[in-house]
Design a protein around this ligand. Structure first.
Ligand code: MRU
Length: 345
């Protein structure tokens, strides 16, 4: 990969600033956990697995910032650091998964010195980042088997290297198919309002020289109905026990259009995106973001001042529209309730 989404370097966290892509490739340096939390809220880093990595690294930074004489005081303050991270974005369960993993590691090492615990937390955050890369490559390997040679693959939002520690989930599947020598091309939905498809997916795929065509979201049905799309692959922010999947707003419309046109619709996600505590997608919390993301494009007002706006950042695609869920531990089809339980291990 010719870019690095996030890394721990010299006791700081470095992130590529996704708010400035594709125009500028700028790396920001973070040395305090509150700034990391703001970066997650402000979409400097986004995408479910990447948010999880950022939260873990933010907690590791926070642990270093804590001044405490006793373990009790340290753990109380660490709880506060975790709460700040948990309040950043509500939908991607990877955030909460990473926070719980960091808490568990800290708790398991309570008997050690505070400096040792800080070091253990740093190592755990780095491990989460490194593991994610391996996980995405495995998702890619499984998923590539579903992509025929010569396919045109439609994707929505950005579930690529930028949304993970690198390689990507949906784009991991596309990358792996491409690396296997299959002659594929991609149709990337622009993904209003934040334009992850136009700004990030198109940027990533062009860098890799994977043939890519950018379309606006309302064009997907046109190309499907003309037989120009072979299959759809998207990422996920949270998958409920029955397979219902929250992903970027507009995913549901793509899935319904795919079914109408008999086109397979695949979800690619690590098992850390599964939330088997929720029986179905209706229970997934959906983030609503600021109205200016809808009324403005690059700071320019594109709607009448004062217009009422709704801006849900995600929607839920019912499992019946999903042909398969691709994880690092295998592909689940059919009965998601039992299949997802098996891959989570
Ligand atoms: O609001 P975002 O940009 O964080 O939303 C991202 C998505 O919806 C992705 O498709 C999802 O997180 C999967 S990323 C591998």
């Amino acid at each position: 990969m010719s870019f690095r989404t996030i890394e721990w370097r010299d006791d700081s966290v470095i992130m590529i600033d996704q708010t400035r892509l594709p125009g500028e490739e700028v790396y920001n340096t973070y040395t305090d956990f509150k700034a990391v939390a703001e970066a997650i809220k402000g979409m400097v880093i986004r995408g479910a697995p990447a948010i999880g990595v950022a939260a873990a690294m933010g907690i590791a930074l926070g642990a270093r910032e804590i001044i405490a004489d006793t373990h009790e005081s340290f753990f109380r303050q660490l709880e506060n650091v975790c709460d700040v991270m948990a309040r950043t974005r509500p939908t991607a369960v990877n955030l909460f998964w990473a926070i719980e993993r960091m808490k568990r590691v800290a708790g398991d090492n309570r008997g050690k010195s505070l400096d040792q615990i800080r070091e253990i937390l740093k190592k755990e955050a780095i491990r989460i980042e490194q593991d994610d890369l391996t996980i995405c490559r495995n998702i890619g390997k499984w998923g590539a088997t579903l992509i025929p040679d010569g396919a045109t693959v439609l994707t929505h939002c950005n579930a690529g290297g930028l949304a993970t520690a690198g390689y990507g989930t949906a784009l991991g599947v596309i990358r792996a198919a491409h690396e296997a020598g299959k002659k594929i091309q991609v149709f990337a939905d622009e993904t209003r309002p934040w334009l992850q498809g136009a700004r990030l997916t198109a940027w990533e795929l062009m860098k890799e020289q994977i043939p890519t065509t950018l379309i606006s979201d309302n064009m997907a049905g046109f190309f499907m109905s003309r037989g120009e799309i072979t299959c759809c692959v998207v990422g996920a922010d949270r998958i409920a026990a029955n397979g219902d999947t929250a992903n970027k707003i507009g995913t549901y419309s793509v899935a319904v259009l795919a079914k109408e046109n008999n086109i397979p619709f695949y979800v690619a996600a690590p098992v850390s995106t599964l939330d088997l505590s929720l029986s179905d997608g209706a229970k997934i919390p959906i983030e609503e973001r600021h109205s200016c993301e809808v009324t403005h494009i690059k700071g320019i007002l594109v709607a009448p001042e004062g217009i009422r706006v709704r801006n849900p950042a995600f929607d839920v695609t019912p499992a019946r529209y999903i042909s398969a869920i691709i994880t690092e531990n295998g592909i689940v089809t059919g009965d998601y309730r039992s299949g997802l339980r098996k891959v989570i291990k």
